[in-house]
Design a protein around this ligand. Structure first.
Ligand code: PMP
Length: 415
């Protein structure tokens, strides 16, 4: 049944032709790219959209009176509208472009944090957060003498919601959690997490780090109830160096600028400066137009494949790879939540993850090894690091077979 559904929704061979890099070789072997959680590969439509921008209408935006500048400005604005629809924001005024999820979180921590967090206030994150959703809050707490509280993770890699409820207090100002864990693959119940916080106090600011989510599942920021939702273009088949900060307009309007300079101003004199409206207030200087154009094309691509097909293909890959990995002696999957995206971390008894990664590379298989920017999670799980494979919809069962063979050989060499 699932096979029929997959075939109907999805022709992976055709899809793979859209991604030139998937036809290349690494160390003399066909590239098997299983590091999609670090960054995804790019379809021709994204590469061409960026090329077309530079070949035909590269110009600075919002200032030019001439045609190609107007065209570039329109492309930038239409990209914002595309993102806004993609995540069901109320308006494209709520979409701010940044360098990536990391910068988006820093923007909130500096700007929202400056006006809304005071001495003794509390910020809640979780044990499974990426460093990008830990360090900006730690630093904000240092600046403000505020307190960082951490939701624990169970042995299977799920958030302990009972403990979360206990952490909420009258002093809680911010709750910031990841939608999907980049290390464990766990899909967190972010809608519930937010509604629990809002039931305690509607003014608690709820932030979701969606860096690992927007390309796996349809995100509806209003349905989730997020005040802020952040992600990076490069993990969703778009270019590097572009990220999104979605924020509810009322919050963004009240927040001070994060950076200052050109474009984010209304009027400037030596005695006083007034600021532009949102979202421009948060986009000082020349923006990354190429990134916006590429992200627009990436969203078109995702929409053309469709989340139903993406879900079916990625679930099949996750299930097959998990089963094959579990058959290997001494191998332990880290993160066995019922609700998982196509990310699998594992350790092999007595072996170093890095050594496994290097040997896999020799077979053309690209995986990630180490702590995955989640050092506190590794400490909690008492492991130095993992090997992580993360699949995109363009990956195949045949690639998993190649990986499993190469892994067995690597384990044989290292044991
Ligand atoms: N959050 C999560 C869950 C991530 O996986 C990543 C990237 N690994 C980030 C935040 C940071 O994204 P970026 O490096 O693109 O800013």
């Amino acid at each position: 049944m699932q096979d029929t559904l997959t075939k109907k929704l999805f022709d992976v061979d055709n899809i793979r032709k859209d991604f030139p890099i998937l036809g290349t070789f690494s160390n003399g072997k066909p590239l098997v790219y299983f590091d999609n959680a670090a960054t995804s590969q790019k379809p021709v439509s994204v590469i061409n959209a960026i090329g077309d921008y530079y070949r035909n209408y590269n110009a600075n935006i919002h200032r030019g009176v001439y045609s190609i500048s107007i065209k570039a400005s329109d492309a930038y604005e239409s990209s914002k509208r595309k993102v806004s629809e993609f995540i069901n924001a109320k308006s494209d005024r709520e979409i701010i472009y940044t360098r990536g999820a990391t910068e988006s979180i820093n923007l909130i921590a500096y700007s929202f944090g400056a006006d809304n967090v005071n001495e003794g206030d509390e910020i809640i994150i979780s044990e499974m957060e990426h460093h990008a959703n830990i360090v900006p809050w730690q630093e904000l707490c240092k600046r403000k003498n505020a307190v960082l509280k951490v939701i624990p993770v169970t042995d299977t890699g799920e958030l302990e919601l009972d403990e979360y409820i206990k952490l909420l207090s009258d002093k809680t100002k911010i709750v910031s959690v990841g939608h999907i864990s980049n290390t464990l693959g766990t899909i967190n119940p972010v809608k519930d997490i937010i509604s629990i916080a809002k039931a305690k106090n509607t003014n608690i600011c709820c932030i979701v780090d969606g860096a690992q989510a927007v390309h796996h599942t349809k995100v509806d920021v209003r349905n989730i109830g997020a005040d802020f939702y952040v992600f990076s273009s490069h993990k969703m088949y778009g270019p590097m160096g572009t990220g999104v900060l979605y924020g509810r307009a009322e919050l963004l309007e009240a927040m001070p600028p994060y950076q200052t300079g050109g474009d984010m101003i209304e009027n400037v004199s030596f005695s006083q400066t007034t600021f532009n409206e949102i979202p421009m207030k948060f986009e000082a200087g020349t923006p990354n137009v190429e990134g916006a154009v590429g992200l627009n094309a990436a969203i078109d691509y995702i929409n053309s494949v469709g989340f139903d097909a993406i879900y079916v293909q990625e679930s099949e890959l996750l299930q097959y790879a998990t089963e094959k990995l579990m058959e290997i002696n001494g191998l332990r999957v880290i993160g066995t939540s019922q609700n998982k995206a196509s990310v699998i971390s594992f350790v092999v008894k007595g072996l170093n993850a890095f050594d496994i990664g290097v040997l896999l590379d020799g077979s053309g298989v690209a995986v990630r090894t180490g702590q995955h920017c989640t050092e506190p999670l590794m400490d909690k799980l008492c492991i130095p690091g993992t090997v992580r494979v993360s699949f995109a919809f363009y990956n195949t069962i045949e690639e998993i077979d190649i990986f499993i063979d190469a892994l067995k050989k690597a384990i044989g060499v290292l044991q």
